[in-house]
Design a protein around this ligand. Sequence first.
Ligand code: WTA
Length: 637
Amino acid sequence: MSRIHSLGGYFHEYQKSVQNPEAFWASVADNFYWRKKWDKVLEWNFEEPKAEWFINGKLNITENIFERQLFTHGDRTAIIWEPNDPNEPAEHISYRELYERVCQFANVLQAKGIAKGDRVMIYLPMIPEAAVAMLACARIGAIHSVVFAGFSATALADRIKDCQAKAVLTSDGNYRGNKTIEVKSVVDEALSMSDGSVETVIVCQRTKQAISMTAGRDHWWHELCQGASIEHKAEEMDSEDMLFILYTSGSTGKPKGVVHTTGGYMIYTYYSFKNVFQYNPGDVYWCTADVGWITGHSYIVYGPLLAGATTLMFEGVPTYPHPGRFWEVIDKHQVNQFYTAPTAIRALQAFGLEPLQDYKLSSLKTLGSVGEPINEEAWRWYHDHVGKDRCPVVDTWWQTETGGILISPLSGITPTKPTYATLPLPGIQPVIVDAEGNELKGNSVEGNLCIKFPWPSMLRTTYGDHERCRQTYFATYKGYYFTGDGVKRDEDGYYRILGRVDDVINVSGHRMGTAEVENAINEHPLVIESAVVGFPHEIKGQGIYAYVICEDLEKTQRTEEVLKKEIIDTVSKIIGPIAKPDKVLLVSGLPKTRSGKIMRRILRKVAEGDVSSLGDISTLLNPEVVEEIKTKAGIPA
Ligand code: WTA
């Protein structure tokens, strides 16, 4: 079904998808179970913006994962769960068992008064219950919002408030490498900061550490499941009903809730999963992302399960208990498709080839990369040493907002080229524009990446603020969806993503808004002003470089080192450890234009250690601070 088998087939499908997108996507949607078929495939305009797919179609996405497939492969493994500690046994959960666990938990949620349209926060580690929680919400029509369990209480509280969540699904604790992490206490702290929308907290037992339970509000997952029926009739959803909200960073300080809906997201994640990874029944597929990111949503849970795949969920980290852990898991479960981030590849590359030597890796057929541009060295290492020269590397470009992979090779079909995401998937019409928004046609051009026609899994809005969605994505270049990425199309028509052109940095494949980090730094009582930029980092791709103006150090009675540490801890507390600055430079001023705008370009150059082309700084309000900053950054005069 909907499967491309050859390069010729790809070009043929692509042509069809551009000439008649409605007919093309309707034929993919025909593979699914709709309680009521749609009246019209698509209605759209990019001015409002509006994009609606499969209008008036009625369905439930979990019926398409379970009921549609149980007859043919109820006994097939849906999820293989590999725990953090290799001595703890892995779990194999069949489609039928997963179905029963989802139905049971759907009944639990409904018994707690959670209904269609309610928002439910999921703050869970990488355990099967995270997938069960998402699917149970989808089953009853509640809108889930997963928050990465490494985010701080403040970050969680902000998201709870923004969507007025009614319930939080969480765990007592979390195992990560050699650490046991508190989870429930973070939820408690977040709830003490939020405004009372949350009525119910359901706690899954993982670490059995001591936690406090608030009577009336907090309940144990396993206790609520006792006696709950394993049968459940799925709620009927409109194709355009919200499936989930996922918060992501942008160029302003406040993360935005990207909204995805049901029908379009379902068919696009399914279609892209099958074609990019060339998944065959019986294959074992492993994506190492966390369910807290879009990659976890689309390519651990929804896409693979809609395609009847066996998807591996890994609780641990790449280097625990040893740097061969990924390779050990691949051999243990005979993984066929392996999908990870360049930052993980670079981190493992740093251990050399020795950790690979004990493993065969002969089951591998496809290697995937996602989250940030992959540098050529990492690409080659991945291809040569992990894939042993025989597995295609699919460098998949996409975003939280796009819902699924938009530009990528199809494994074994599209000839690859290191660092290139290659060609758009069928249905995706990329354009490259210059700064004025003129389309740059033909090959060998470079500019900003836009998409000119809607695709089914495109974001529909930003939760509670449609104008923000319009401003952020549809106002920069009229008539186009603007991605925020720079891109090059080479002489073969292949796309190479060059990285963000806005104030978003990509740290270990995680999106961070510079303004968000600045806001957190400014929370420190001694900080007057700050400016954050990205700089090239060997492992993380980009690191966070913070220029900070503080009150007079002598008055503060702290050493510079102590103050810097306090600033870093503040960021960790407000956003989470992933947003910690790698470098903090205390300065007396920031370079500004006469209108008071911070000249980030200069700060970026200094952070890169390359001041050869700073341009004319004499027009700045305060050119003298540039010298000071250069000296403090250790750049020779
Ligand atoms: C970057 C992750 C280059 C890009 C799925 C994008 C990439 C942002 C690639 C979205 C890739 C993602 N090559 N850059 N293969 N994949 N990016 O929302 O800058 O967490 O805009 O979605 O990551 O990050 P997000």
